[in-house]
Write a protein that binds this ligand. Structure first.
Ligand code: ADP
Ligand code: GLC
Length: 496
């Protein structure tokens, strides 16, 4: 198959979170199985390309009354061809979506231009299927199924849309419809309108031929009011074409046996070297309470989603447990301030680095004794799976992909790979940490727990065939000629 993927970040070129990990792994995996895969992404200022070719240097993209002249650069890597949409006024900035103070004011323009560029690239490369990810690409299916429906090349191309996070929707003032030059008919309940605003994510949810999300639990959760972010009615309506596919792990990057970013390599048969990683982490973060105390690690975007507030609420009781904590995080100022204040309250035992740093992320995975992810919601979550491989048992909230991947350790049977709690409360989280510390005191049990996690395989081998099946399904729909449950079906009863 000829697959065109579109996403706003892609490893190794650009990354703020797990979306980039997925776009860095799934396309090469598909390519290795004989598919032709092209990936389109924005050319941010920080993207480094070695010897790119200029694929187009004067592509004209019209937004409302204005024509913008865009360049497209290409590079080949790992069997995949990457197309970078180069438009410095929109993408030649330090941030991808905004600054610590907030989102860029012109994001509606930036990602409409990006989506239109994706369609222009599709017009030339003529894919069998287009696979879009998250709100930044929601207008690709919306425009393909409306304004471009009659286009002989791209009009009939089926679109798969993957939801990585329903919490980010690309919601804009409806008055932008005119200036953006979007077809007026799209501003309706069965289009992009959501509570009187223009919603880019909804474009993906309504118009794509198939929807996927990144764990089975999250696929169920988002069809309920608690996790649906207001879109649960629409998602339940589209439930027959919504599939949960757990993300894979790229073990070429995340394997303690070969990882070049950590102080010492180790494996389930040679766990002693993990101690060197712990000492290195303690030194790197300035923990002074010694290597014998249990060390909890966190690597996270500092955002409400990640449960950062719960750590603040529980801090007093948590630190009373005679543990140390290292946090690597970047994000919302309110949580940076919160963790900084904890650092002052518990000097030498609570240490944080405010940074986005790949090396430090690996050091935390390898050096910590256990890994904490108290997420409010978590579509998939990657760090708990990385932690398992690094022999760093996770303590997680039972939500989304965390619930799907972590089984509580049972000392009676020796089965299980971590600890989890269900209620989003400090006592529930503290109880899970306490359970972990109890097992930690028993070295034989703890080793068993580490080995259980290290032996698990969350590689892409499981997930890739599932994506292939979805592509096949939209290419050859059961029954009639049109893709099943296509966005052009009657949507009169859509909830908004
Ligand atoms: P999300 O995409 O919601 O942020 P995931 O668990 O799917 O959560 O993926 C997060 C990815 O980003 C992981 O690869 C993680 O190691 C990385 N990451 C998060 N915060 C940082 C940070 N401050 N420095 C380096 N890597 C980070
Ligand atoms: C999102 C989610 C995260 C998921 C990642 C990759 O950012 O928050 O849970 O692992 O996308 O799919």
């Amino acid at each position: 198959m000829k697959i065109l993927m579109a996403a706003s970040e892609v490893e190794p070129f650009s990354k703020t979170g797990g979306l980039a990990d997925i776009l860095g792994a799934l396309p090469p995996q598909l390519a290795s199985r004989g598919h032709q895969v092209n990936v389109v992404s924005p050319f941010y200022r920080s993207v480094q390309l070695s010897e790119p070719a200029v694929w187009a240097d004067n592509l004209s993209i019209t937004l409302g009354p204005d024509a913008h002249v865009v360049r497209v650069l290409t590079v080949a890597n790992d069997g995949v061809t990457y197309y970078f949409v180069d438009y410095p006024p929109f993408f030649g900035r330090d941030g991808f979506y905004g600054t610590p103070a907030g989102d860029y004011a012109d994001n509606a323009y930036r990602f409409l231009l990006f989506s239109k560029a994706v369609i222009e690239i599709a017009r030339v490369t003529s894919p069998d299927v287009i696979h879009c990810h998250d709100w930044q690409t929601g207008l690709v299916p919306a425009l393909l199924k409306t304004a471009h429906a009659a286009d002989p090349v791209v009009g009939g191309v089926p679109v798969v849309f993957t939801i990585h996070n329903l919490g980010y929707q690309g919601s804009f003032d409806a008055s932008l419809m005119g200036p953006l030059g979007l077809p007026a008919g799209l501003m309706s309940v069965d289009g992009l309108e959501f509570y009187g605003r223009l919603n880019y994510l909804k474009g993906g949810l309504v118009f794509a031929d198939a929807l996927t999300t990144v764990s089975e639990a999250y696929a169920r959760e988002i069809q309920t009011p608690e996790f649906g972010a207001g879109l649960d009615g629409l998602l339940a309506w589209r439930g027959s074409v919504l599939t949960g596919i757990l993300n894979g792990v790229n073990y070429e990057s995340w394997d303690p046996r070969t990882d070049r970013l950590i102080a010492a390599n180790y494996s389930a048969d040679n766990l002693e070297a993990k101690q060197a990683c712990k000492r290195d982490l303690i030194d790197t973060f300035g923990i002074t309470s010694g290597p014998d105390r249990p060390l909890i690690g966190m690597v996270s975007r500092l955002a409400t989603q990640k449960g950062s507030d719960l750590v603040g609420v529980a801090a007093q009781d948590l630190m009373a447990m005679d543990i140390s904590i290292t946090v690597l995080g970047a994000g919302d100022a309110v949580y940076v301030d919160l963790f900084r204040s904890l650092e002052q309250r518990f000097p030498g035992r609570f240490a944080m680095k405010v940074a986005y740093d790949e090396t430090l992320a690996h050091k935390v995975e390898a050096g910590a004794d256990m890994f904490l992810m108290p997420s409010r919601y978590e579509p998939c979550g990657l760090n708990q799976m990385y932690s398992l491989r690094y022999g760093t048992p996770p303590v997680v909230r039972a939500t989304g992909g965390l619930d799907d991947t972590i089984e509580p350790y049972d000392p009676a049977t020796g089965k299980g790979n971590g600890f989890k709690f269900r209620e989003y409360t400090a006592p529930a989280m503290l109880a899970a940490v306490r359970a972990a510390l109890d097992v930690y005191q028993n070295r034989a049990q703890w080793r068993q727990l580490m080995k259980n996690g290290m032996a698990q395989d969350f590689s892409w081998a499981r997930a890739v065939p599932k994506y292939e099946q979805i592509y096949q399904r939209v290419l050859r729909p059961v029954g009639a000629g049109a893709p099943e449950a296509s966005g052009s079906a009657s949507k009169k009863d859509l909830l908004t």
